[in-house]
Design a protein around this ligand. Structure first.
Ligand code: TEU
Length: 543
């Protein structure tokens, strides 16, 4: 694989076009609006945009229910606009990756409408059917809206599989014609110039084949590596079509099982979100102890030259806590989502970081931590200004409010009541929680995140270093080293909010005439004897 490894040291930013910037005053964000914000993103230090689904949709799952994979939803623009976006972004050093959501289609997709016409329709087995639901089906992902992952199709009297909503029937990716559609679709977007894909729901996407009984692999496990073979084929196809394309997978399982999806070098995903560590981060913060996170990172299988972990602290979904035990989850709920309406699906929190953590020092420390790993950092739009959520919006939409560009809003010239989603934030207010105010303030969260993203981006050594967790120091202290051949960084983060004193002693063979450099200020610190650092509450140092 001779691919350019740009993805290894990129800074990622996820956004949904329809809530980012409206250009024509209809209250819906659009691609021309996003194009006008490309210089802003470049200034922030972003080098790769992940666009959430922008395809025609029935809006049952905020665009994750697609009715046509081969074009752009006219509400947000045209294919031509997308090509222009890719060109303008590229000229600012930004690549574009897009959401790939072919585990399921919308039930209004013409494929499904045809498949449900009769049991012998030629498209019938593009989906997964059974006469009866299985005894022990996978529990539904949206338990507030669905009781089962199998729904009866009245007309033909059979049940179809849908891991998500009944409006999102699962495709049968083992079907040769479905595979062809997948390849045609990946091929189209690569031809247009996207630099890769964020693969939605990977464990389901690559394993919905009907068995003898007509059942899918409904437990989401990696069944006999079928899914991995399929992924390897997709990876091969993508690599042949593009020398640079990256596959970033959403695989919310344990690290051990995630390793299967990285697969052999050049056969699996390049990047995977580190869901297990992200969940432990919140447990650590709730307890004020580094241990839950430190242990998880210590046992995390190391990245190699062909793949890397992707770090994030919030995303567009609920803050899922499904890899914690019930007791651990309750601790996190108690600390960060005490009210029922802050939670969702019994397994997650539907809040953004600043209102959740309350203390802005904690928020800054968490982003410093995210950028201190060798991992690929992924920001969610609005994080750079500490946007709040709107709990009046249904479910996960709470964290998907329009971007706050200025005190007046700046998202659209339409009156706010005509905006695509309800009016912006609650408690955080417009003052200061907007781009215009914070860009002008060198002490703002925006300036902090810009500094972090630029440091990360401009030091590719970090992305190639290996992670080593250190012991010792106060219980709230997380300390790690990113170790490279010519470059190493020691990072100290206080997760407890109590601060503390840390003494750092270099190995004897390194200590003579040794200096540590504060990575943020450039200050040189004599380290020939041991050095003592006083960390403020939620303080951090990179050396
Ligand atoms: O989510 C798929 C998925 O498995 C999530 O339940 C995930 O494990 C959890 O929410 C992590 O926070 C993806 C999209 O991210 C989500 O927005 C869609 O609703 C879903 O697929 C269906 O397409």
């Amino acid at each position: 694989d001779t691919a350019d490894l740009w993805w290894r040291h990129a800074v990622y930013y996820c956004l949904d076009v329809e809530i980012f910037q409206d250009s024509d005053g209809d209250g819906v964000g659009d691609i021309p609006g996003l194009i006008s914000r490309v210089p802003y993103l470049a200034d922030l230090g972003i080098t790769c945009l992940w666009l959430m689904p922008f395809f025609p949709t029935e809006h049952k799952d905020d665009g994750y229910d697609v009715t046509d994979y081969f074009t752009v939803d006219p509400r947000v623009g045209s294919l031509g606009d997308l090509v222009e976006l890719i060109r303008v972004a590229r000229s600012h050093g930004i690549r574009i990756i897009i959401d790939f959501v072919m585990n399921h289609t919308s039930d209004k997709h013409p494929w499904f409408e045809q498949a449900r016409r009769s049991k012998d329709d030629p498209k019938r087995h593009w989906y997964v059917w059974r006469d009866e639901p299985p005894e022990d089906p996978h529990p539904p992902f949206f338990p507030d809206q669905e009781d089962s992952t199998w729904s009866l199709d009245e007309k033909t009297g059979q049940y179809y599989l849908h891991h998500f909503l009944r409006y999102q029937p699962d495709l049968n990716v083992e079907h040769p014609q479905v595979r062809r559609e997948i390849e045609k679709n990946l091929g189209l977007w690569l031809e247009i110039g996207v630099a890769g894909f964020r693969f939605d729901s990977v464990p389901f996407l690559f394993s919905s084949s009907p068995t003898e009984s007509g059942a899918g692999d409904e437990d989401g496990e990696v069944a006999e590596y079928d899914g991995l073979e399929h992924l390897a084929r997709v990876r091969g196809f993508v690599s042949r079509r593009s020398g640079e394309a990256v596959l970033l997978g959403e695989v919310n399982v344990t690290h051990e099982r995630q390793m299967d999806w990285f697969g052999d070098p050049n056969e699996g995903l390049h990047l995977q979100f580190d869901f297990p560590s992200m969940q432990r981060l919140y447990l650590a913060l709730a307890r004020g102890e580094a241990a839950p996170l430190a242990e998880m990172l210590r046992s995390r299988p190391p990245a190699d030259a062909s793949h890397q972990w992707a770090s994030f602290v919030r995303n567009h979904d609920e803050l899922t806590l499904d890899q914690l035990s019930d007791e651990e989850r309750d601790e996190v709920f108690e600390a960060f989502a005490p009210d029922e309406d802050m939670r969702v699906y019994g397994r997650g929190i539907r809040r953004r970081l600043p209102p959740m953590l309350g203390d802005e020092r904690a928020v800054r420390m968490v982003y410093a931590f995210m950028f201190s790993l060798p991992d690929a950092p992924v920001l969610f739009y609005g994080e750079e200004i500490g946007m709040g959520e709107n709990l009046d919006l249904h479910g996960r939409l709470a964290v998907r409010t329009p971007m706050q560009w200025s005190r007046e809003g700046g998202f659209s010239t339409a009156p706010p009541e005509d905006w695509v989603r309800a009016e912006v934030q609650g408690e955080y207010g417009r003052e200061h929680v907007n781009v215009a105010d914070q860009r002008a303030d060198p002490g703002s969260l925006w300036s902090h995140i810009r500094r972090l993203s630029r440091l990360y981006r401009d030091t590719p050594q970090q992305a190639w270093s290996s992670l080593e967790m250190l012991d010792g120091g106060p219980a709230g202290l997380l300390s790690h080293v990113c170790r490279g051949a010519e470059w190493s960084m020691l990072a100290l983060h206080d997760l407890s909010g109590e601060g503390g004193t840390v003494r750092v002693t270099l190995d004897a063979d390194r200590s003579a005439d040794a200096f540590l450099t504060d990575r943020l200020t450039g200050e040189r610190i004599d380290a020939s004897a041991s050095v003592t650092f006083d960390l403020e509450p939620y303080g951090w140092r990179w050396l």
